[in-house]
Ligand binder design. Structure first.
Ligand code: MYR
Length: 131
């Protein structure tokens, strides 16, 4: 269900979320128009991810339940896991610089992929449409 290329269509409270993450105004303004595109390809418990944005292009693999490292576009390093609960992907990632946890959920709503983010009491969403 998650397979495919997903292009960000709109965001909710993303600026507030990035501010809570400590990202400065200039970077937040750039990130608001990052044209993020995520390609997901699931093979059993393993996902191949391709991420393309105005900031960078990267590819990675993760396996459900297995800890992996991931860096945000600003260099903030995270370590965490995705697990599948029903039809929902749930991610829990710890920032290496301050030990605080960012949680994120991906689920399909109609023909859209909704990714929710939560960090230190602030929640945001980004909604993607299939290409
Ligand atoms: C992936 O599945 O796409 C790779 C792992 C993603 C890890 C968590 C993503 C959190 C992104 C937060 C972005 C907000 C930056 C302020």
């Amino acid at each position: 269900a998650f397979n495919g290329t997903w292009k960000v269509d709109r965001s909710e409270d993303y600026d507030k979320f990035m501010e809570q993450m400590g990202i400065n105004l200039v970077k937040r303004k750039l990130a608001a128009h990052d044209n993020l595109k995520i390609t997901l390809e699931q093979n059993g418990d393993t996902f191949h991810v391709k991420e393309v944005s105005t900031f960078r292009t990267l590819e990675l693999n993760f396996t459900l339940g297995v800890t992996f490292e991931y860096s945000l576009a600003d260099g903030t390093e995270l370590s965490g896991t995705w697990v599948m609960e029903g039809d929902v992907l749930k991610g829990s990632f710890v920032r290496k610089d301050n030990g605080k946890t960012l949680t994120t959920v991906r689920h399909i709503v109609g023909d859209e992929l909704v990714q929710s983010y939560s960090y230190e009491g602030v929640e945001a969403k980004r909604i993607f449409k299939k290409e």
